[in-house]
Design a protein around this ligand. Structure first.
Ligand SMILES: [Mg+2]
Length: 160
């Protein structure tokens, strides 16, 4: 059986070529491979979010001794998200300092690493906050993405 990676590579080749969509790869239509690769990619993202949800729940219990949904916990987590968002902005500020050659700048590699880490913290916090309200992160992100596309008349949307 072919791996998802192999299917994705074929699909990428099809997408980036001007060959007709009816081309066969093995005995499967290129268009079908593209569809399967897109589906596999979406499943991958959902598996990642599910794993993040499970790990975050497990770590909350390890770290705090609970994974409760008290008002204090909700306030704590929303405050945490605000703090982490500010850390992203601060990391970007330092990157701009680097671009401007200002004092207080860090080197580009460190700066980009810091931005990545802080964005990761924001995603971790968003997952935690969504879980507190029993909000399905995948669903709300898809719905909101599509809503924004509709609002501005854009065609790029998740499949509904
Ligand atoms: Mg942080």
């Amino acid at each position: 059986m072919r791996s998802i990676q192999e299917i994705a590579e074929d699909a990428h080749h099809c997408a980036s070529s001007h060959e007709p969509d009816v081309r066969l790869i093995g005995n499967v239509k290129a268009s079908e491979i593209k569809r399967l690769a897109l589906t596999a990619s979406e499943v991958g993202v959902e598996n990642f979010l599910q794993e993040l949800r499970d790990k975050s729940r497990q770590r909350s219990i390890e770290w705090n001794g609970h994974d409760d949904k008290s008002p204090e916990e909700i306030l704590y987590r929303s405050n945490e998200l605000g703090g982490e968002s500010g850390e992203v902005q601060n990391a970007v500020k330092k990157y701009i300092r680097h671009l401007r050659g200002m004092k207080g700048a860090v080197d580009e590699e460190t700066s980009l690493n810091d931005i990545g880490e802080e964005i990761a913290d924001v995603i971790i916090c968003c997952e935690r906050l969504a879980r507190l309200f029993e909000i399905d992160l995948e669903d709300v992100v898809r719905d909101k993405f599509n809503k924004t596309s509709d609002k501005y008349g854009l065609n790029t949307k998740f499949e509904e």
